[in-house]
Ligand binder design. Structure first.
Ligand code: PAF
Length: 280
């Protein structure tokens, strides 16, 4: 596995991989990898001949510098996991490489970035699309894989790639869950034993909404989620969005097509998110 910290080294490494008409799938990450990331790597392996993973904690997508400073990092462990998974190249740039002095170009999806999670985290998705564009320009992959768990991020990136005619395919990879249904997240380790158990209510509420989806209205899905979360006193429902799956537009009345349900639930100061796309 080749580890590249400069753009020229990364480009040379990818060029070598592609020398014999081989294809490259990329998995952009911010490191501190867990089984959810590794499932993106496995999806990427099935999509192309070689896998390139980037590890870059992107400052422009963090609101508070305290959140950026607190972001967990473990380079040695990450590299070990990627080596064992058969990744060909890891691109690990520093901030000055990604954002050179005097830099002033941003990329933004004007509507999708400023709705739903984007309203409570202003500038977040602009930071994501800006860094992902730069990563794509450096690596030039044929395919890039993103988790469905960050559902709005996936839609924002698909829109950007379509609008800017970027020559690659975006693949969404299904959310990885622990055996009991809790979606994997680096935040799960911070939950107390009681909250870890209580957190099962996220998946349970989405399953209840999915079971009710045939012939349902948006209000029925809303009620299924709210009622299920209310059965767990430790859980505070902090966000519930039920929107058209591709455009993320608000919908009302009976479901007429694929519908995304996005929830965020707080356990003390730990916020967990989950999502499901249901069809009527
Ligand atoms: O999902 C993430 O980890 C980040 O938002 C991404 C896509 C790597 C961009 O920094």
């Amino acid at each position: 596995m080749r580890i590249c910290r400069s753009i020229s080294d990364c480009r040379a490494a990818v060029k070598e991989l592609c020398a014999t008409d081989k294809t490259v799938a990329m998995v952009p990450t911010m490191g501190f990898l867990h089984a959810g990331h590794m499932s993106l790597v496995h999806t990427a392996k099935a999509e192309a001949d070689h896998v390139v993973v980037s590890i870059f904690v992107n400052p422009t997508q963090f609101g508070e510098s305290a959140d950026l400073d607190a972001y967990p990092r473990d380079e040695a462990r990450d590299l070990d996991m990627l080596r064992k998974a058969g990744v060909a190249v890891v691109f690990m740039p520093d901030v000055e490489t990604m954002y050179p002095a005097g830099d002033e170009t941003i990329v933004e999806t004007t509507r999708l970035a400023n709705m739903l999670h984007g309203k409570v985290r202003p500038g977040h998705f602009r930071g994501v699309t800006t860094v992902v564009t730069r990563l794509f320009n450096i690596v030039q992959p044929d395919v890039a894989v993103f988790g469905e768990k960050d559902y709005q991020q996936l839609q924002v990136i698909k829109r950007m790639v379509a609008d800017l005619h970027m020559p690659l395919t975006i693949v969404g990879s299904p959310t990885v869950r622990d055996e009991d249904g809790l979606a994997m997240s680096s935040r799960n380790v911070r939950l107390s034993a009681e909250d870890r158990q209580a957190a099962l209510v996220l998946n349970q509420s989405l399953t209840a909404a999915e079971a009710a989806a045939t012939g349902a209205t948006v209000a029925d899905l809303h009620k299924a989620i709210v009622d299920t979360i209310a059965t767990e006193p430790r859980a505070i429902l902090t966000g519930l969005d039920i929107v058209a799956a591709e455009t993320l537009n608000d919908i009302d009345g009976p479901l007429t097509g694929p519908t995304a349900i996005m929830i965020s639930v707080a356990f003390g100061d730990i916020l967990l998110i989950d999502q499901r796309v249901v069809t009527p």
